[in-house]
Design a protein around this ligand. Structure first.
Ligand code: PHE
Length: 466
């Protein structure tokens, strides 16, 4: 059934497609928000440690599972662990991808709308109402059909790229979009350096204040590393099933993590100078930061050079759109590949099912900002449920299972052979990676998981005598 399986054609394609999955909204709005909340550079240092000690080993684990089985995520676990409960992780991976796709397409539609709005000049504002763009955003998302329209256009683009196939669709477009994304970042960084608040912004970003370091900083960093590297979503495992036999998994994992981290840092370098160049900005977190605070900040930071401000804002929202697009493709693929291979549907038909069903559920997520705002489950809106269930429950659980599965269940020789391409590449850190997968990572993710329900940081403070 899988003999006609396509592969990525080149090493660069492998790296750019995987980095495209990792570089997403998590880098551009979540990372700067976390840095802001957790004391600047001190958080960055902890984050780097988490990427190295938790992110990279799990990514290697997902690569091993995907490339060894050369199958979609669900089938991959079935092949490696037939008849055991480990197989649930295959299903969890596909489910996570499916649920995230439903709301991610809505947020991605917003990025498209903002790129369009900056193009037509609607994000230029010289008045002094810092809440101007809060109302702009709130009335947009509450509109009965406008956000849905943009989500549908976005989904149509993702769909077209997916049905073109792995090499001619995903790889070809990643090879165009990722360099474009990096170029846009370079332009934005140069503009950000010209701002009056740049030195203050950069000092905040790169000068560590260790007094701000708390147990919750560490837990936030673990969560951020996990999300940003697209772990436990079935994405990287599915992409790895298209890697060729000679792809160097270790080097690919390092490259993807480095690109992802650089983009996150650059997002900080772009955003903080602008924030420090404006008096009394109304700073929101997460989505609010990029859709409510930044349009005001950008149009005021560049008030003496409106053309640069226009280009800056346009480039920024294009960047957001591209980042969302490459991530959305990677989250569509695990579900499409699963339906295609495990249910013997043609790839086109599988993709159509995923696009249509996700879009239909996406409409409900979108309407939860307007018409369906009062519909709540466990006190959460529909949109928040779609976000919380995978990110708070399924993904941490998946992370623990993947690390235990790779560290304990899989034959060590199999893992070693995959990571070293049958012994042809040296990988001296192998025992250390296995140690991390067996002990350190399950405990670290376990703490983040439990901490969501019982605030563990309070217990740590108690012991520290605070
Ligand atoms: N790594 C992605 C990000 O940082 C996470 C993601 C991937 C989200 C794929 C959705 C789809 O945004």
């Amino acid at each position: 059934m899988t003999t006609d399986r396509k592969n990525f054609g080149s090493k660069l394609g492998v790296i750019l497609a995987s980095a495209g999955s990792a570089v997403g909204l998590g880098n551009i709005w979540r990372f700067p928000t976390e840095v802001g909340k957790n004391g600047g550079a001190a958080f960055i240092l902890v984050y780097l440690a988490c990427v190295l000690l938790i992110g990279v080993p799990i990514m290697m684990g997902e690569f091993v599972i995907g490339r060894h089985t050369r199958a979609n995520t669900a089938t991959a676990y079935q092949k490696l662990a037939p008849g055991t409960w480990w197989r649930v992780q295959g299903g969890i991976g596909v489910l996570v991808a499916f649920i995230i796709m439903c709301y991610y397409v809505v947020v991605s539609g917003w990025t498209l709308y903002y790129a369009y709005s900056s193009l037509v000049g609607a994000l230029q504002y010289s008045g002094d109402d810092a809440g101007h763009f809060s109302s702009f955003f709130d009335s947009f998302v509450a509109h009965p059909w406008l956000p849905v329209l943009f989500a549908v256009i976005f989904m149509a683009v993702v769909h077209l790229i997916i049905i073109m196939g792995v090499e001619k669709g995903i790889e070809r477009f990643s090879k165009v979009m990722m360099p474009m994304l990096l170029l846009i970042i370079a332009v934005l960084v140069v503009c950000a350096f010209s701002l009056p608040g740049s030195s203050q912004g950069l000092r905040y970003l790169f000068y560590p204040d260790f007094s701000k370091l708390t147990a919750s900083t560490i837990l936030s960093a673990v969560g951020q590393a996990f999300f940003s590297l697209s772990l436990a979503m079935g994405c990287l495992c599915t992409y790895a099933s298209y890697f060729r036999k000679d792809t160097n998994l270790v080097r690919t994992a390092y490259s993807v993590s480095i690109i992802d981290t650089i983009v996150a840092l650059m997002a900080g370098v772009i955003i903080f100078p602008a924030v420090y160049s404006v008096e009394n900005p109304n700073l929101e977190e997460g989505a609010g930061l990029v859709f409510k605070s930044l349009p005001y900040i950008f149009s005021h930071a560049f008030h003496s050079m409106p053309v640069v401000g226009y280009v800056f804002s346009l480039c920024f929202y294009l960047l957001l759109f591209l980042a969302a697009l490459t991530s959305a493709i990677s989250i569509h693929e695990p579900v499409t590949a699963y339906l295609h291979e495990a249910h013997r549907m043609s790839r086109k038909k599988a993709a159509m099912w995923v696009s249509v069903v996700c879009m239909a559920l996406g409409v409900f997520c979108s309407l939860s900002f307007g018409l369906l705002g009062n519909v709540k489950l466990f006190g959460l809106t529909i949109f928040d449920c779609f976000d919380a269930f995978p990110s708070k429950i399924l993904m941490p659980l998946g992370g623990i299972i993947i690390s235990l599965f790779t560290g304990w269940y899989l034959d060590k020789k199999l893992v070693h052979d995959e990571l070293t391409n049958d012994g042809t590449i040296r990988f001296r850190l192998f025992p250390f990676i296995i140690f991390l997968l067996r002990w350190v990572i399950p405990v670290a993710i376990g703490l983040v998981f439990v901490n969501q329900f019982f605030d563990l940081t309070k217990i740590v403070d108690l012991f520290a005598g605070n």
